[in-house]
Design a protein around this ligand. Structure first.
Ligand code: F6P
Length: 364
């Protein structure tokens, strides 16, 4: 690797969007890989807010990232409120255009390039900064696994592991009390977490946004199990699941700064299922528990590979790209191919077919 080619010596790193297990592993990898190539790293706090004022950043050396590989969250802080291209901000130099301020501070802080670790929103913002001449590389993060052009994002495996363990625990109590338990998992408009944790946890019904459900069919599946002698059922519901001809359940509408907040579909469905099956039905929402906790070994390795490769790309001068997992390799994909798209579960996906082969109802 040669800095001579790109001239990159001082790298800013930031984490944006909702946190996901593995963010710290990427930061650690960036700091170590940079140090081993005689580059300096500046950690920017709370996503692009770290480029508003000088005191929102700090130098990171290998000693600062010792021990964070296995820790969830992000030592840099994050935010999923706001897009710097949409509104002005107050700074110590008065009211300024947020994105212009970031570019100005990037140069004032003598940064040569950025590593932007984030989900679809943050990567779209990164692409806009690229267009303004900021050299950068993106690293895809999200428990939702909904970023295109990469088969996996880090954070997903950890969320699925946690959800699977939760389903295991709920199985035991559902069976003991002959109840139906609905487990609502995250994932926004994609059903990856529900599908994987549902298959891994042996659910009886899995409802995902990509396959609108018919509540009568879900109830029939539960009644059929009862007739078979299985007097309990586990229903895994993605927060973005919706009935045929209906809409997603929204807890809070989008307000121009924050995205729409999904949630509550399991509670609504539980009322209908209790009525249709006559069985006692309970609901558990796993919520942010899926984002906390330590990253799994898979996520630690993927995050470390992403971080090391991101530094390599910067040194090669391959900017405006995202690192991506194309098993068994880590490759570079142009950010332009990623923004504005969502990776949902294809209806003919192999794991969907596997679920059906196991007799799991998908509500259709
Ligand atoms: O994108 C990750 C995610 O956890 C989604 O699964 C969920 O819908 C959303 O973020 C929740 O965001 P917040 O923490 O802002 O409520």
């Amino acid at each position: 690797m040669s800095q001579e080619r790109s001239g990159v010596r001082r790298i800013g790193v930031l984490t944006g969007g909702g946190d996901a297990p593995g963010l710290n592993a990427v930061i650690r990898a960036v700091v170590k890989a940079a140090a081993n190539n005689n580059c300096e790293v500046i950690g920017l706090e709370d996503s692009f807010d770290g480029l508003i004022e000088r005191n929102r950043s700090r130098r990171l050396v290998p000693k600062d990232v010792t021990g964070i590989l296995r820790v969830g969250g992000t030592i840099l802080g994050t935010t999923n409120r706001g897009n710097p291209f949409l509104y002005p901000i107050e700074t110590t130099s008065g009211t300024r255009d947020y994105s212009a301020r970031c570019v100005e501070m990037f140069h004032e802080m003598k940064l040569d390039a950025l590593v932007v670790i984030g989900g679809d929103g943050t990567l779209a913002i990164a692409h806009e900064f690229s267009k303004l001449g900021v050299p950068l590389v993106g690293v895809p993060k999200t428990i939702d696994n909904d970023i295109v052009e990469t088969t996996k994002t880090f954070g997903f495996d950890s969320a699925v592991s946690f959800a699977t363990e939760a389903i295991d625990r709920l199985h035991v109590t559902a069976e003991a009390h002959h109840r139906v338990i609905l487990v609502e998992v995250m994932g926004r408009y994609a059903g990856w977490i529900a599908l994987y944790s549902g298959v891994g946890g042996g659910a009886d019904v899995i409802l995902i946004p990509e396959i609108p459900y018919d509540v009568e069919k879900v109830a029939r599946r539960i009644r059929d199990r009862e007739h078979m002698g299985a007097r309990f059922s586990i229903v895994v519901v993605a927060e973005g699941a919706k009935p045929v001809g209906g809409n997603v359940t929204v807890l809070k509408a989008a307000d121009g700064v924050s995205l729409e907040r999904l949630g509550g579909v399991a509670a609504l469905l539980a009322v209908d299922l209790e009525r249709l099956t006559g069985k006692e039905t309970r609901t558990v929402v796993l919520g942010h528990l899926q984002r906390g906790g330590a990253p799994t070994s898979f996520d630690r390795i993927l995050a470390t590979r992403f971080g090391a490769r991101a530094v390599e790309l910067l040194l090669e001068g391959k900017f405006d790209h995202m690192v991506a997992f194309h098993p068994p390799d880590i490759v570079a994909v142009p950010l332009a191919k990623v923004v504005g798209r969502t990776r949902t579960v294809p209806p003919d996906f192999d794991v969907i077919r596997t679920a059906r082969a196991m007799g799991i109802s998908l509500g259709d």
